[in-house]
Design a protein. Structure first.
Length: 280
């Protein structure tokens, strides 16, 4: 297999099962001069499995700016470089975007080598409609998280998140607040020996009693239009501003709750935010 020199290859790798790698990906890695790895300790397990011995460079979010100039120099010297992540397709919630953008600016050839992605893998078995938004990792703080989830509630298609397993109960509580009436699909250990899937209504799903490890792929379903009228976040704000001029915060929340099918805690938060801004 002949590869392009002065080029960067974006190579997808398995998300769990080492057999889930394409023949083309193996050929590219075997013929690369340098392989950029998110974590060399994890990548070397895959590379050793296929007896691939190449120069490895650690390339992650903490050093991507520092290493950028050196990497571009290697490419310009005629070397063949491949970028891989710990699992799946690079760039998507993984390091590498800055490198790709720089290559585009410098007109360096970029070659995608497609393969496994936990995003499409989870979506394919979720049972939800195939129009979806991939969000990736969510913020860890309440204020940022609430703003993002609030903005997503009116979207009528599936939404995919990456969730640290140790934080799953924290996020489930938030999903119950913002995605009432929808379904949830949780994929754990995808393609591995202990692969497991959980499908449940967001309202009914129980919190996990034991600590989980690793990373979960979570899919929230599209809205059920027959059961739930789509209420835009802006509509709630307009109603809140109108009622708060003559009613208490509590009465405003009750008034809006009577008119729309939305989690009361969410309505309360919207109203409280507006009232606090008026007091500033």
């Amino acid at each position: 297999m002949k590869l392009f020199v002065n080029s960067l290859y974006i190579v997808s790798t398995p998300i769990g099962n080492l057999e889930d790698i394409t023949l083309r990906a193996l050929e590219v890695l075997k013929n690369s001069d340098i392989i950029l790895c998110e974590d060399t300790r994890r990548s070397v397990k895959l590379l050793n499995h296929y007896n691939i011995k190449k120069k490895l460079i650690s390339y992650h979010k903490f050093n991507e700016k520092k290493e950028l100039e050196k990497i571009i120099r290697y490419i310009n010297e005629g070397k063949i470089l491949s970028l891989i992540s710990d699992a799946g397709t690079p760039i998507l919630s993984d390091p590498g975007l800055l490198l790709v953008q720089t290559c585009i600016e410098k007109e360096i050839k970029i070659v995608p080598i497609p393969g496994v992605s936990s995003i499409t893998t989870a979506m394919s078995v979720s049972g939800f409609k195939d129009q979806f938004l991939f969000w990736g990792f969510l913020p860890k703080t309440d204020n940022q998280l609430d703003k993002i989830l609030s903005s997503l509630t009116s979207l009528n298609f599936s939404i995919i998140f990456f969730i640290p397993a140790l934080k799953i109960n924290f996020y489930l509580r938030k999903f119950k607040m913002f995605f009432e009436g929808r379904k949830i699909f949780i994929a754990k250990e995808i393609t591995k020996m202990h692969e497991s899937f959980l499908r449940e209504n967001v309202d009914k799903i129980n919190l996990f009693k034991t600590s989980l490890k690793g990373e979960l792929t979570v899919v929230i379903s599209e809205k059920d239009i027959k059961k739930d009228k789509v209420i835009d976040h802006n509509e709630i704000q307009i109603m809140a501003k109108r009622y708060l001029k003559k009613l208490s915060l509590k009465d405003t929340v009750e008034k809006i709750f009577e008119k729309v099918k939305m989690n009361k805690k969410m309505i309360y938060k919207i109203c409280l935010d507006i009232k606090n801004k008026w007091l500033e």
